[in-house]
Design a binder for this molecule. Sequence first.
Ligand SMILES: *Cc1c(COP(=O)(O)O)cnc(C)c1O
Length: 394
Amino acid sequence: MLNWKHPNVATIKCETSGGICQRAWVEIDLAALAHNVRQLKSFLSPETALMAVVKADAYGHGAITVAQTVLQSGASWLGVATVPEGIELREAGIKEPILILGATHTPEQIKAITYWQLQPTLCNFKQALVFSQTLEATAECKPVPVHIKLDTGMSRLGPSWQEAAEFVQLVQRLPKLHIASIYSHLATAESVDQTVTRQQQTRFESAIAQIKTTGIPQPLLHLANSAATLSERALHYNMVRVGLAIYGLYPATHLQSKVNLKPVLQVKARITQVKTIPPQTGVSYGHQFISDRELVLAVVGIGYADGVPRNLSNKMTVLIRGQRVPQIGAITMDQLMLDVSAIPVQEGEVVTLLGQDGSEKISADDWATELSTISWEILCGFKHRLPRVAVERF
Ligand SMILES: *Cc1c(COP(=O)(O)O)cnc(C)c1O
């Protein structure tokens, strides 16, 4: 058992039976993470680089430990959303290239980017100009590697693919900037219908063809997220940017046969009280659950302030001793209740909210389906009040 310190979270010092003394925590299986990266890397051609996307604290898994593990397992780039996310990794001693996928434009951000040797995304001319001028005014003399983001159909960052050649030529002429890559992002890669993806790829290729005619040295090209990485090799180019799949989830069910992935994150909590309630007893705020018989109720020390969505109230099950147990009543800020009439449980016992116990499994996909959302949002929803604890299962 390995513990690590997360900003805002005290280091866990106690290692009691089961390893954890907390009321609730997130377990990160580093062996599963390394396995996923190796699986993905072996799925790519040897020349294709793997960028592990570790934005949003590595989708809630803890960015530093995830970054260290994926870099040891075959990833060679890291992708983050913001400057502070990049700085956190540099402060932890990580030396590999870090691309900031989000837009940055203030002189303070630009100075931090050069100081920490992060690599920015350029998505419009005004921003490129501010970058170049800020760099010229600083002592920094080496050109900064920049990455050009094109909009081929996502309608998010970047100039339209039709303006790509013009934009690239303008950036090329600015002092202190070196174009390291040109990339775009797919809007519907996880869809069975690949029409939009084809159209985006055609636009990307036509932009690249035009850029080539301007005579600029050919930079790296990249387009694929997890879904595109798993769906088609023609979308890989020089590098793929993989987030969800390294955490062991599939972007869509039809992509499950491509590689074998193992979920990395589990959410666990302890039973803090067990009691019997008579029939016709209301449970929790609003009495949304009323017992129809005498039942044994367990209180668990985790709630919506930890990231268990309140909309799962009365709908979710948890795992105890390898069995499914229904949650009852409204999920509260710090606690939730279970009907444990069917199995003998003890105070202090561990409950699995997400993860595997015996042959039973509850995945982020199950919660996402119940809540009409996506597994990405479920993973990012666990708050920093829950310590991230690294475990290695062999
Ligand atoms: C978040 C993100 C990714 C990773 O997406 P997944 O679907 O999680 O693989 C890739 N590229 C960009 C630009 C992103 O913002």
